[in-house]
Design a protein around this ligand. Structure first.
Ligand code: GLY
Ligand code: MN
Ligand code: MN
Length: 472
C-alpha cells in the first residue's frame, strides 16, 4: 500500500531508518499448522483434472488484487477454478500440474512467500506484509495445502522457460496477465481447460455439500434477520435490508456470494436490481434475493417475496400462488436421470398456462409456451448450478450442463418468477409493478432431491404466518 501515491509526505528513507526497520523482529514461523480438511478432496479434484489432460502442463492462477483507485483495491476474489483445485484462497498464486511420463501429473503451487527482513520490501513494497497483513510462508502453505509450494516471483520466468520445451501448456486466461504473458498458448485449448474446470464442479463432493448446507443455513438466518427488521420502523429502506443481511453474511461467512437484490415495490420487476436505495413501503412486496458465502467461498442463492405489512393483497396473492405452484412443478422435476431442462420447462409451462388463463397472452397454453410468449412476464431462465460461484459451472460444456442430465450431488436453484412492469399496458393497473420470485437451493439425491432451503417458509400462508411470528 506504500506505492502508487505521488504525493507522499515522506521524500525518502534514511539509512538509519532502513537499518532500524530491519532489526528486532521475532521469528514467527508457525509450526502448528496442519493439513486442511479440504486438502484430500482437492487432491481428488486435481486427479480428475489430470486424467483429462495427459502429457500437458496446466496452469491455474489465483489472480491478483484489482486497483480501484491509486493504492486502494477491490476486495480480492480468487479465481474459482483455483479455489476448487487447491482449497486455497491466496492471491498472486498459481497451481501447476506438470505432466509425468506415466500420463499423470505432479502438482505444485506458486505462492507469494513471506517478506524477509533483509531489505525494505516488507514495509515499502507493493505487497508489503507490514501493510497488508501476514502471509503464510511457503513451508506453512505446503503443510496446509498438501502441495509442494514455490516462490511465485520466479513463476513467469520458470513457465516461460518450460513453455519453450516440447510439453504443451494450457493456462486459464483472464486471471493473471503476467503469467499469461509468460506462456504462449492457444486460446481454444485454453478455453478447453476452463470448460473442464467448470465441468468438474457440476457434481459436488461430500465436503462441498457440507459447505452448501452451511451457506444455506446462514442465509436462512439472514432472511430471518431481515424480516425481523420489516416490522420495525427503522426498516424504511432497501439499504437497511441490505445492511441487515450483510451483517449476518459477514459474521457467519465470508461475505455475500453476490450483490443482494433488495427490491421493494416495483423494483421487484427489475431482475438485477442492485442499487438497493429505494423506500420500503407498507402494502407493497419486498423481493429479497440474497445468499451468504461461507468462509470457504461456497454460496447460497435464495429468494423470498414478502408482503411488507405482513399480509398479501388479493392480486399479490394470486401472483404469488402462481409462482409457488410453478416452483412446485419445477422442483418435482429435479431428480437423477431427468434432463437438466425439465424443471425449467415445467415451471415455464405452468406459468404460460396461468398467463393465458388471466388473458395476458394468447392461448392455447401449449402454443403460447412453444412460442415463448410467457417470457414477457417470466423474463429469465428458471435456475442454474450453484456452488463456489452463484452461477456456477458457467463455462461447462452444454452437453454436460444445459443439455445434460441431473446426477446426485448436483446443486441447483429453482427460481420461477413473474414480473409485471409498472408501465405494462397489457395488464390491469393493479397488477403493474408486482414482481414475485421464489428461489430455493436443491441438491440432487440418489432418489430425488433435497431442498436445502426448506427451513424458509414458502407458501403464501406460511410466509404470512412466519411474518406474524417474527413481528411477535
Ligand atoms: N441472484 C442471482 C440469481 O438468482 O440467479
Ligand atoms: Mn439464482
Ligand atoms: Mn437469486
Amino acid at each position: 500500500m506504500a506505492k502508487g501515491r505521488k504525493n507522499s509526505l515522506y521524500t525518502g528513507i534514511s539509512e538509519e531508518l532502513s537499518a532500524l526497520m530491519r532489526t528486532g523482529w521475532a521469528d514467527t514461523e508457525r509450526h502448528d499448522l496442519v493439513l486442511d480438511e479440504q486438502a484430500p478432496y482437492a487432491a481428488r479434484r486435481r486427479a480428475a483434472l489430470s486424467a483429462r489432460f495427459p502429457g500437458e502442463r496446466l496452469v491455474i492462477p489465483s489472480g491478483n488484487l484489482k486497483v480501484r483507485s491509486n493504492d486502494d483495491t477491490y476486495p480480492f476474489r480468487p479465481y474459482t477454478g483455483y479455489v476448487h483445485m487447491t482449497g486455497d484462497q491466496a492471491r498472486d498464486g498459481a497451481l501447476v500440474l506438470e505432466p509425468r511420463a506415466d500420463g499423470g501429473h505432479d502438482a505444485y503451487c506458486y505462492q507469494l512467500p513471506r517478506d524477509g527482513r533483509d531489505d525494505d520490501e516488507f514495509w515499502t513494497g507493493a505487497t508489503a506484509e507490514l501493510w497488508m497483513g501476514r502471509r503464510r510462508s511457503l513451508a506453512e502453505s505446503a503443510r496446509v495445502l498438501g502441495l509442494a509450494c514455490r516462490d511465485v516471483r520466479t513463476a513467469a520466468h520458470d513457465l516461460a522457460a518450460s513453455a519453450a520445451s516440447a510439453v504443451p501448456t494450457r493456462i486459464v486466461r483472464g486471471v493473471d496477465p503476467a503469467l499469461e504473458a509468460a506462456v504462449s498458448t492457444d486460446e481454444e485449448r485454453d478455453e478447453e481447460l476452463e470448460e473442464a474446470l467448470s465441468d468438474l464442479r457440476l457434481v459436488k463432493d461430500a465436503w462441498e455439500l457440507a459447505e452448501m448446507r452451511k451457506a444455506v443455513d446462514s442465509t436462512v438466518r439472514g432472511f430471518t434477520d431481515a424480516i425481523g427488521e420489516l416490522s420495525r420502523a427503522v426498516a424504511t429502506s432497501e439499504r437497511w435490508i441490505e445492511g441487515t443481511f450483510f451483517r449476518r453474511a459477514r459474521l457467519e461467512g465470508n461475505a455475500v456470494g453476490y450483490g443482494s437484490i433488495c427490491a421493494a415495490g416495483d423494483h421487484a420487476t427489475i431482475m438485477h436490481w442492485m442499487d438497493n436505495d429505494g423506500p420500503v413501503r407498507p402494502g407493497e412486496l419486498l423481493l429479497l434475493d440474497a445468499g451468504v458465502e461461507t468462509r470457504a467461498l461456497y454460496t447460497a442463492d435464495v429468494t423470498r417475496t414478502l408482503p411488507i405489512s405482513g399480509t398479501f393483497t388479493p392480486v399479490q396473492r394470486t401472483v404469488y400462488e402462481a409462482v409457488y405452484e410453478a416452483q412446485e412443478a419445477g422442483m418435482a422435476a429435479v431428480k437423477p436421470g431427468a434432463a437438466y431442462r425439465d424443471f425449467h420447462e415445467a415451471c415455464q409451462r405452468y406459468l404460460a398456462a396461468r398467463l393465458v388463463e388471466w388473458g395476458f397472452i394468447e392461448g392455447p397454453a401449449e402454443r403460447a409456451y412453444e412460442l415463448g410468449l410467457q417470457r414477457r412476464f417470466t423474463m429469465a431462465g428458471t435456475g442454474h448450478m450453484l456452488g463456489l460461484d452463484v452461477h456456477d459451472c458457467a463455462r461447462a460444456r452444454n452437453t454436460e450442463y444445459v443439455d445434460g442430465v441431473l446426477e446426485p450431488g448436483m446443486v441447483l436453484t429453482v427460481e420461477p418468477g413473474l414480473y409485471f412492469q409498472p408501465d405494462d399496458l397489457t395488464v390491469p393497473e393493479e397488477w403493474r409493478g408486482i414482481g414475485v420470485r421464489i428461489e430455493d437451493d436443491l441438491v440432487v439425491t440418489a432418489d430425488g432431491h433435497e431442498n436445502l432451503s426448506a427451513d424458509l417458509p414458502r407458501s403464501a400462508d406460511d410466509v404470512e404466518a412466519w411474518m406474524a411470528r417474527v413481528a411477535g
